[in-house]
Design a protein around this ligand. Structure first.
Ligand code: VAH
Length: 319
């Protein structure tokens, strides 16, 4: 039987860094092609420099490596995305269109597309936001994800392309530095705590947001992609969550281990973005369809984040 050959676009990002490692464990390093605009100097293994907005370049990689599945992680996130809206739309949409078309034309078996809770706007139930809510996002990033979800559904219905998607909440991991996301305060706070520095939070203390620990985000991704096709009832994108908390909550849990840790609250433009997002998410459809169940909550995630980042800063190696 032909080997599964996996292409990851945007492999240098927060999710891509970790997903590449887990996909290599699952399929064998020789069957996983990581790609991004620039090579990460810490990356170990084969890496393709690839601009996913270039259709011919993407097609070349797919044909050359006989790719059977694509995990498409290229996107400019919410906060950075607002700095150049037209470029954000262009990059986020063009790269996904290329992935969909190359997949349709060259027999790709499965495509993973990351959506986000950024698809929700202010006119939804903010607590336990339902799967089928109004999607009127206030960021270009969120609009590109709503459009992407509908294109994924279209390609599945019209071309029978097996595109699967998750609406990730804020992802918290220790393997990469905070990116251009609004939820990335929840990554940076751990770095500052371990470096014994005061954390200046760009959101108000009581701003609740749905979050997930990176290990659970990866677990959900692999479980979704491994589920039998007949179990997948949502072809736009599944709601997903691990936990929900506010800056004051994570600060208090960190202080139990690091009593001298201090925080200030200096809300900036990202407060408006966060205010437009849900406080918590109803992910019961994912639980029903493919038995989703998170392993991490705020307490056990905090323990791992502090342990791993202390190792990193003490030995100056990415864990
Ligand atoms: C962002 N981390 O903040 C991303 C995510 C739910 C938010 O999509 O933009």
């Amino acid at each position: 039987m032909k080997h599964e050959r996996i292409l990851i676009t945007g492999a240098g990002g927060q999710l891509g860094t970790v997903l590449t490692v887990e996909l290599k464990k699952k399929y064998g390093a020789e069957n996983v092609i990581a790609s991004d605009l620039r090579v990460n100097p810490d990356f170990i293994g084969h890496f393709e420099v690839l601009d996913a907005t270039d259709f011919d370049a993407l097609k070349r990689v797919v044909l050359e490596y006989e790719i059977t599945q694509i995990f498409h992680l290229v996107a400019i996130l919410s906060a950075n995305g607002e700095k150049d809206p037209m470029n954000t739309w262009d990059v986020n949409m063009k790269s996904f269109f290329n992935v969909l078309e190359v997949s349709r034309l060259h027999g790709i078996k499965k495509v993973f597309y990351p959506s986000s809770i950024a698809v929700f706007g202010e006119d939804v139930d903010m607590d336990n936001t339902p799967q089928d809510s109004n999607l009127v996002p206030l960021t270009v990033y969120g609009m590109s994800k709503v459009a992407g979800e509908n294109w994924a559904n279209y390609y599945h219905k019209k071309y029978d392309l097996d595109v699967r998607s998750l609406r990730y909440p804020g992802v918290i991991g220790y393997q990469s530095m905070p990116g251009g996301g609004t939820t990335d305060y929840a990554v940076d706070i751990f770095h500052k705590a371990v470096k014994h520095e005061t954390f200046d939070c760009f959101l108000e203390a009581s701003t609740h947001l749905p979050m997930i620990f990176i290990d659970d985000a990866i677990k959900a991704t692999l479980e979704l992609m491994d589920a039998p096709a007949e179990k997948i009832s949502v072809r736009t994108s599944y709601n997903l969550s691990g936990m929900s908390f506010a800056p004051k909550d994570v600060f208090e849990v960190i202080k139990k281990t690091m009593p001298n840790f201090e925080i200030t609250y200096k809300p900036d433009f990202r407060q408006d973005i966060a205010n437009s997002w849900p406080n918590s998410i109803d992910d019961s459809q994912a639980k029903k369809d493919w038995n989703w169940q998170p392993n991490y909550n705020l307490e056990n995630m905090t323990k791992v984040m502090i342990e791993k980042l202390e190792l990193y800063y003490n030995s100056k190696l990415i864990a």
